[in-house]
Design a protein. Structure first.
Length: 430
């Protein structure tokens, strides 16, 4: 049994008990020596942290638990660092989701101009976390759950020296749903970028049954945080794969825009209500398990994805996990340094991507290449604070693409998020 010390950055997240549940389930192979729960929000850090302590106590897991607002203190001695931060909290997400609607643009947490601004706010903060990891626990693995996970991982792996793997709960849900429909022994090909991914093949006894599954109307369950408009059979046949939930924003853009315009509350406002309900539940000193309401926040199987990855690294299991890592030849149509979301063999040295041979779906190849260029421009803008880099990113993105609307929205959102965008307002400090 491997003994590990884990630091959770953003431990005030109401997702955190889900993570603790995962460690409890894995206690036969992972022994928690120390758990550092770090968050700058004292109220949430305390409420969520106390529930986590009660859960560990109920499971008879005896480990040191530190609750702190000090990043350096949390990182001391860490073997694994989990980041699940939200710069600007849910009020910033509300702006991401609502300001774009004035310009007939989709506002969404992780894609389009909303996700773009979430990335811009996050990159400087993640950059500081990485500097402290390099100084305090340089051998630690950073497991990044912070959205947009692919872009943040793109930044960390190509602009810092931190060992990092990006993670999302979308792949594990899609793969489990598909295996439930066609059997655990099925050979499934999943590939793409974070929140831009597809199942492109499902083989049974050497035969690809995906076309038959599509024809029979099979689709994986949609994530809780997305209104399910579905994909038409004609769309799936044309695309040649099963898209992740987030591709509804691409393939059903007009319907999604109208829905968002007519909603009484943004998803951020709904999450604020769910979060307060959860915090009230977490405050009950009798509660010592994660409540069912937590699944409505959209983090289903988050713990399984995170803990199985940590287990694979800590115990050198060489198991297959879908992760966000450098391509390194896995997809021959992407650059080696591109961060892609693919299956990889995970052991003590990290994740080695599994090569997908002879992939010829030009639709998927084309969309992945475009969005990857968007992501690279986003990282460049997030580091340097250049308006031209930002607009190049937005002009490439299929959910923006219009100069006038995109630029006006960009300028308004930049001002709205000014407190979290130091890279764009350097002159104000001179």
């Amino acid at each position: 049994m491997k003994e590990i010390s884990v630091a959770v950055i953003g431990s005030g997240s109401t997702y955190c008990p889900e993570l603790i549940y995962g460690f409890i389930e894995a206690q036969d192979s992972l022994k928690l020596k120390k758990l550092s729960l770090m968050d700058i929000d004292e109220r949430k850090r305390t409420i969520v942290g106390n529930l986590c302590v009660r859960m560990l106590k109920k499971a008879k897991i005896d480990c040191e638990v530190l609750m702190t607002d000090s990043l350096d203190e949390a990182l001391e001695g860490a073997d694994f660092v989990l980041t699940q931060i939200r710069v600007g909290k849910l009020p910033a997400r509300h702006l991401d989701e609502t300001i774009p609607l004035k310009y007939n643009l989709i506002g969404q947490e992780t894609t389009g101009i909303g996700g773009f601004f979430k990335a811009l706010r996050t990159i400087p903060v993640i950059g500081n976390i990485c500097k402290r990891i390099e100084a305090i626990c340089p051998d630690a693995w950073l497991i990044n759950f912070t959205n947009p996970s692919g872009i943040i991982t793109e930044y960390v792996l190509n602009h810092t020296n931190v060992k990092c793997i990006g993670l999302c709960n979308v792949p594990i849900n899609m793969l489990d749903d598909t295996k439930e429909a066609c059997g655990e022994d099925s050979d499934i090909t999943y590939l793409g970028l974070n929140h831009l991914s597809w199942i492109t093949s499902v083989k049974k006894d050497g035969k690809d049954i995906l076309p038959q599954m599509i024809a029979e109307g099979f689709t994986p369950e949609v994530m809780q945080n997305i209104k399910d408009d579905g994909f038409s059979l004609e769309c799936l046949k044309a695309v040649g794969g099963l898209p992740s939930s987030y591709l509804q924003y691409f393939y059903g853009r007009n319907a999604k825009l109208e829905y968002l315009k007519n909603e009484e509350k943004s998803r951020a406002q709904v999450c604020m209500e769910i979060e307060e309900d959860l915090l009230e539940m977490y405050s009950d000193e009798k509660l010592d398990e994660k409540p069912a309401l937590l699944d409505k926040r959209g983090g289903h199987k988050y713990s399984l994805a995170a803990v199985s990855l940590i287990d694979a690294i800590a115990n050198d299991l060489n198991t297959v996990n879908v992760v966000n890592i450098k391509n390194n030849g896995a997809l021959d149509f992407m650059d080696d340094d591109d961060i892609v979301e693919v299956a990889a063999v995970v052991g003590k040295n990290g994740a080695v991507p599994i090569k997908t041979s002879d992939f010829k779906n030009r639709h998927i190849i084309g969309l992945m290449r475009v969005i990857k260029e968007y992501e690279k421009f986003t990282v460049k803008a997030g580091i340097g604070g250049c308006d031209d880099d930002a607009m190049n990113a937005l002009l490439l993105h299929p959910l923006v693409g219009d100069w006038e609307a995109g630029n006006k929205c960009f300028q308004e959102m930049k001002q709205a998020h000014k407190d979290y965008l130091p890279q764009f307002f350097k002159q104000d400090k001179n």
